[in-house]
Design a protein around this ligand. Structure first.
Ligand SMILES: Cc1cc2nc3c(=O)[nH]c(=O)nc-3n(C[C@H](O)[C@H](O)[C@H](O)COP(=O)(O)OP(=O)(O)OC[C@H]3O[C@@H](n4cnc5c(N)ncnc54)[C@H](O)[C@@H]3O)c2cc1C
Length: 452
């Protein structure tokens, strides 16, 4: 009697046991390369491996592709990205040409940016706005001109650059830390902070960044609901294990977020080298929460489409919400809360988050906000409590700028590779960085597969 396959996943793999190009005497493998995770890095890796005519299977814990890029088009009756939103640094972002090739027409958001900034409930006038803008420009110029000392945090570098006590300094720090990087400047390595600055253009896709990723995943060999809990990588082949059973391959690419790996969600046998394990802990994820709020009627709070709603804060880590008004003319606001305020709201839950967002709007618009916005049916992301992300995106801890390179270095001649946004030296924390990292890991895994 033929041996029963251990699981439906293994059964579905039987068809791939005859691996093209298999070497006589090499271990019998189910596929050439396994990819753990179907986010941007995993999708890029799987597409590169397919192009190289290698057999590949992607094991994805969730029931959908895209990972931290996910568009909800139903709740607000318009596409709303709960995770990644912009194609940053678009002139070197590999996803831009892919989106355009699929007929998507990216919108240059930066070129149409309108700021609606409030200070103590009053809209900031033109002269004061010019002063605020000058602080923004000075911040980057001054930090870039200040020598970095090993172990500096971005906050320490900013302080040495003479930044910190001006009227708009805390507001700029609030943006640069909790809003853009999802963590305070004091928790970030200065070198890594400077190396991962993202230049414009910043493009928005009307269909949503999550939609782009879902389309790019079409046709790939992805098994959903497959939570990998153990990886064996000590021998001539590798094995991924979970409730689905055991799958053997010549190489494996793990794209799981650093916070999930650092929490021990996957057991590696043999254990990872000390430096790799340390790198996972040196690249924690901050938190950015997105809130979608729909208009109740025709009142658009005098904000034109794409207006960036923000307010002056007294402290970098003050709990505050920034928002983009009515993107593409849709009837919703896209709110953002980052850093420690986002973690605190994540612990309190979505109702508390919506209540907080309404309080923030009331600061600027008074009772008009409650009438203009409907509280029911709001969308709130919660990447912090999602077991498959445990945060939004990575930053390097002070003194740990080298961790991204350590994590990206292939192990066992490429039989075990880590990939994902945290591995990219300059596009970390972005879709583009995750994509390039996945493609690079596919190259190493391909060499390992050929050698095996
Ligand atoms: C709120 C928010 C806003 C953002 N804004 C932007 C933006 O505007 N522009 C931008 O470029 N980037 C942005 N990002 C960052 C961007 O989303 C990420 O950098 C990128 O999506 C990471 O891709 P990845 O493949 O490295 O990881 P992920 O997308 O997290 O993919 C990893 C995959 O592994 C799966 N997985 C986890 N554990 C297991 C397991 N044990 N077994 C199997 N599978 C597992 C996960 O389900 C996931 O699908 C944002 C992120 C967030 C959260």
């Amino acid at each position: 009697m033929p041996e029963q396959p251990a699981s439906p996943v293994e059964a579905s793999l039987d068809a791939t046991r005859d691996v093209p190009g298999a070497v006589a005497g090499a271990p019998v493998v189910d596929v050439d390369v396994l990819v753990v995770g179907a986010g941007a890095a995993g999708i890029a890796a799987a597409r590169a491996l397919r192009q190289a005519n290698l057999t590949c299977r992607v094991l994805e814990a969730r029931a959908r592709p895209g990972g931290r890029a996910w568009t909800d088009s139903a709740t607000l009756a318009a596409p709303f990205d709960l995770g990644a939103t912009w194609l940053h640094a678009a002139n070197r972002n590999p996803l831009r040409p892919l989106a355009e090739a699929m007929g998507m027409v990216p919108f240059d958001h930066g070129a149409h940016r309108i700021s609606a900034c409030f200070d103590a409930g009053q809209k900031v006038g033109a002269a004061e706005m010019a002063a605020y803008d000058a602080v923004w420009e000075g911040f980057h110029a001054r930090l870039a001109a200040t020598p970095v000392q090993v172990g500096d945090s971005a906050a320490a570098l900013a302080a040495r650059a003479g930044f910190g006590t001006g009227y708009w300094d805390a507001t700029v720090a609030h943006w640069e830390g909790p809003v853009i990087c999802a963590a305070p400047l004091a928790s970030m390595d200065a070198r890594d902070y400077l190396d991962t600055q993202l230049e414009p253009p910043d493009l928005l896709l009307p269909e949503g960044a999550g939609t782009l990723l879902a389309r790019l995943a079409e046709g790939l060999n992805i098994t959903y609901g497959a939570v990998v809990t153990r990886v064996e990588w000590g021998g001539a082949s590798v094995v991924a294990e979970g409730d689905f059973g055991r799958i053997r391959a010549r190489a494996i690419i793990v794209t799981v977020p650093t916070a999930v790996l650092a929490a021990g969600a996957i057991r590696f046998d043999p254990p990872l080298p000390v430096a790799t394990e340390q790198a996972l802990h040196d690249l924690p994820l901050g938190l950015l929460t997105k809130i979608g709020l729909r208009a109740a009627g025709d009142d658009r709070l005098d904000l034109p489409p794409f207006a960036a709603l923000e307010r002056r804060v007294e402290r970098e880590e003050e709990a505050a919400m920034t928002a983009i008004a009515w993107p593409f003319g849709h009837d919703h606001l896209m709110g953002f809360v980052g850093g420690s305020a986002a973690w605190a709201l994540s612990a309190e839950g979505p109702d508390a988050t919506v209540a907080f967002a309404m309080e923030e709007l009331a600061r600027n618009f008074g009772s008009r906000a409650a009438a203009a916005i409907r509280r029911r049916g709001a969308l709130v992301s919660d990447w912090g409590r999602d077991p498959f992300s445990l945060g939004a995106y990575s930053h390097a801890l002070p003194g740990r700028a080298a961790a991204r390179g350590v994590l990206a270095a292939p192990l066992a001649e490429g039989r075990l590779c880590f990939a994902g946004e945290a591995c990219h030296p300059s596009l970390a924390a972005t879709l583009g960085g995750a994509w390039e990292s996945g493609a690079a890991a596919a190259w190493h895994a391909r060499l390992a597969s050929a050698a095996g």
